[in-house]
Design a protein around this ligand. Sequence first.
Ligand code: ASP
Length: 330
Amino acid sequence: MPASRNILVLYTGGTIGMQQSAEGLKPASGFAGRLRAEQERQSQLKLPSWQFRELLPPIDSANMNQTHWLAMVQAILTGVEQDGCDGVLVLHGTDTLAYSAAALSFLLLGLEVPVALTGAMLPADAPGSDAWDNLFGAMQALQAGVEPGVHLYFAGKLMSGANASKLGTASLDAFGVLPRLRQGQRVPSIPAALGYRQPRRTVGLAVLPLHPGIQAAQVRAVLASDVQGLVLECYGSGTGPSNEDQLLAALKEAHARGVVLAAISQCPQGHVDFGIYAAGSKLAASGLVSGGGMTREAALGKLFALLGAGLSQAEVEHWFALDLCGERAD
Ligand code: ASP
C-alpha cells in the first residue's frame, strides 16, 4: 500500500472546526491556520505535508445534500489530478459523516488514491476534544499507507467508508462497522459508466422504514414525491406487510413507472434474504431489489451514484445487486 506524502485536507465544516456563537456552535472558516498552529504545538508528531481546501460555506453536516457530495468529488479530483495529492483527508461533521463516506465510496470508484473522512465529537478548542487526535491520526494512517478507496477514520479506527455508521452520540468512539452478513458477488472490474470520471446529476431519493400500521397511502405519498429511487427498510430478513394488497400495489405501480426499489434490513445487524418467508417473497415480487447486508447509508449512496449517472432502472438494479467496493461482500 503506497504511503501518502502530500495530502489534500478538504474542510467541509462540522463540529471539528465549529466556534461558539450566541446561538450555539456554528461552522467556522479559517481552519487551516488553526491546524498549522496545532501542528507546531505538537511538533513531535511525524506528519505528511498537506494542502488545504475548503468547501464554502462550511456547514453543519445536518445540512448535507447531494450537491455537496458532487462538490467534494470535484475538489478531490482537482487536488489529485491538478495539485498532485496522493491522499485525501475530508474533515466533516459527524451527523452525516457515514452517509458522505458511503456516497463517496461509490462516486470515487476506480480512483487510485486513498480518501479518508474524519470529524470530531467536540470542537477543536474544547477541553478534552477528540479533534486533533482524529485529524492527526487519520493523516498518520494515510502516511503509513492505506488501500485506495474511501475510509472513515475515527477514535483510532480505520473503517470501510461503505460500511461504517454513526452508532452513538455520548462517547467519542461514535462510529463502527456492524457485523451484517455481506456475501455478494464482487464485480471483477469497475466499468467506466460507474467510475469516478462519470458525470453525475442530483436525483430524487427517499428512505422509508416499514412499521406496524404503515398505510398504503403513506407509501404512495412518498413514491409520488418525484423519487427515482426508494430505500425501503424492511423488517428482519426482508419482510413487510404481505396482506396489504394496496401497499403492494403501490410498490408495483412505482416499479412499473421506473422507480428503483431497494430493500435493506432495518435490524442493525440484519441482512435481506427474501426467500426465507412468504412475506418476503411477496415484497420481492413487487419489484424490490435486495440490498443484502448493506447499511442505509450505503444503499442511499449507491442509488445516488447509479441513478445520478443516468443509468436505466434495469442497469441500476443490475449493479445494485453486485458488490462494487465491499458494501455487500466481506
Ligand atoms: N452537527 C454536527 C455536524 O454534523 C455534529 C458533529 O460534527 O459532530 O456537523
